[in-house]
Design a binder for this molecule. Structure first.
Ligand code: PLP
Length: 377
C-alpha cells in the first residue's frame, strides 16, 4: 500500500478532490518543469535541433514502459479522439459488417466509428447496459463473425464497470474482429496486460490517470498496423528529419515504428517536461501498488455509502480505482450545491455520483464527502 502522496500536489487542505476521472491535478514538480519548458521559448536560441527529439522520445519510452510495449509501438497524439481517428482511418470495414461498442461510451471512441459505418455502409451495434453490470458476458454474447471492429474502454467512464479484456480479446481473434481500446480512464492506475490482450490500437488521453497536462496523449499501434496511413503528413515523422538542413529533400520514408502517426509539432517544449514528470512518478509508484491502494480506498467508500442506502457495482465487476454510487431515488435535491459549497469535488453522471480518488486523497477527504452525504440524505 502506498502512503498518502498529497505533498507532491498543490492541494489545499480544505479541498476534497475526488475527481481524477475528470482530470488529475498536476504534480508540483510537473508545474515547475512545465513553467521552465514554456519559459524556454522566451529564449529560442537556447532550443537546439536535438531538443525536438530528446524529450518527446523520452515521453514515448516512458509511456511504452507503463504499457509494457516498445517505444517503437507508440505515437504521440494530442487526444484520445486523434488516436481513435488513426485506427478508424486504417482498419478495413466491409459493407454490412459491424462495429461493436457499449452504451454511453465516451464520444471519442464512438463518433469516428459512427462516421466510418456511415461511409462504408457498416453497422454500429451498441450494447445496452446489462442490468447485472456484467459487460464482459454481454460483449461475448454479441461478438461473432459479423463484427469487424470491437471498440471498447477497459472500464466504463460513468461508473468503472470493468471489462475482461483478456477474454474479449481472445474472442476477437477467434471471430476475426479488430480490437481498439480507449484506456483514458484506466491506464496509469489499472494495469493493462498488453501481452495477453494484444489490441490492434490503444488510445489514451494523458490528462487524467497519467497525471499529464491537457492536450497530450498516446496511441499504441500493433506492429501489424505500423505501415498504415497517418492522418497528416508532418516533417518530423519522415526519415532523416534530424538533419534540419536537409528538410527540403522531401522524403517518402518514415521514422521507425508508429512515429509516422505522431501529431505535428509533437516536440512540445512547454508540455513535454510536465508529461515526463507525470509518467516517471507513475512508474515510481507502480501500477500494481497504485491499484491496490486505490481499490482499498474505493472499497471503504462503498461500505460507508451502503450504510446510507447507496449502491455500487460489485467489486469483481468494477475497476478498483473507479466508483459510481447510485441513489435509489435519483440524485437528491441540493446535493450538487452542497458538495460545491463544501469544496468536495466529484462528478454527477445521470443518477450516479462518480467518485474517483487518487493517491493524493486522505481520510479527511472521504470524511468530508460523507459529512455532506449524511446531511443531504
Ligand atoms: C473514456 C474517455 N476517453 C477519452 C476522454 C477524452 O477524450 P479526448 O482526449 O478525445 O478529448 C475522456 C474524457 O472524459 C474519457 O472519459
Amino acid at each position: 500500500m502506498i502512503p498518502c502522496q498529497r505533498d507532491l500536489f498543490d492541494l489545499p487542505d480544505d479541498v476534497a478532490y475526488l475527481n481524477c476521472a475528470y482530470m488529475s491535478p498536476l504534480l508540483r514538480q510537473a508545474v515547475a518543469l512545465g513553467a521552465e519548458g514554456i519559459a524556454r521559448k522566451a529564449r529560442p536560441w537556447t532550443i537546439s535541433s536535438d531538443d525536438f527529439f530528446a524529450e518527446s522520445e523520452r515521453a514515448r519510452r516512458l509511456f511504452a514502459e507503463l504499457l509494457g510495449a516498445q517505444a517503437d509501438d507508440i505515437a504521440l497524439v494530442p487526444a484520445a479522439s486523434y488516436g481513435v481517428a488513426v485506427a478508424a482511418a486504417n482498419l478495413p470495414l466491409r459493407e454490412g459488417r459491424r462495429i461493436l461498442m457499449l452504451a454511453e461510451q465516451f464520444p471519442s471512441n464512438v463518433l469516428a466509428w459512427r462516421e466510418l459505418a456511415r461511409e462504408k455502409d457498416g453497422e454500429v451495434v451498441t450494447l445496452a447496459r446489462p442490468p447485472d453490470g456484467d459487460w464482459s458476458t454481454a460483449i461475448m454474447a454479441r461478438l461473432d463473425e459479423r463484427v469487424a471492429i470491437t471498440a471498447l474502454p477497459h472500464c466504463h467512464w460513468t461508473d468503472g464497470g470493468l471489462i475482461d479484456l483478456v477474454s474479449v480479446a481472445a474472442r476477437c481473434r477467434e471471430v476475426g474482429s479488430a480490437l481498439v481500446i480507449d484506456a483514458t480512464q484506466s491506464l496509469g492506475a489499472l494495469p493493462f496486460d498488453l501481452a495477453a490482450i494484444r489490441p490492434d490500437y490503444l488510445a489514451c488521453a494523458g490528462y487524467k490517470w497519467l497525471l499529464g497536462p491537457y492536450s497530450t496523449g498516446y496511441l499504441y499501434v500493433a506492429p501489424r498496423w505500423q505501415d498504415g496511413r497517418p492522418l497528416e503528413h508532418n516533417w518530423i515523422a519522415r526519415v532523416g528529419s534530424e538533419d534540419f538542413s536537409g528538410l527540403v529533400d522531401y522524403q517518402d520514408g518514415y521514422q521507425p515504428g508508429a512515429r509516422r502517426f505522431d501529431v505535428g509539432e509533437r516536440a512540445n517544449f512547454g508540455l513535454m517536461p510536465a508529461v515526463i514528470a507525470g509518467l516517471e512518478q507513475l512508474l515510481r509508484w507502480g501500477q500494481p501498488a497504485t491499484i491496490e491502494t486505490l481499490s482499498a480506498r474505493t472499497a471503504e467508500i462503498v461500505e460507508r455509502a451502503r450504510a446510507l442506502g447507496l449502491s455500487a457495482l460489485p467489486a469483481q465487476l468494477r475497476a478498483g480505482h473507479f466508483l459510481g454510487l447510485r441513489f435509489a431515488g435519483g440524485v437528491p435535491a441540493g446535493l450538487p450545491e452542497q458538495l460545491a459549497k463544501e469544496r468536495v469535488y466529484v462528478s454527477l453522471r445521470g443518477d450516479s455520483l462518480r467518485v474517483t480518488p487518487h493517491l493524493y486523497n486522505n481520510d479527511a477527504d472521504v470524511d468530508r464527502l460523507f459529512e455532506v452525504l449524511e446531511r443531504v440524505l
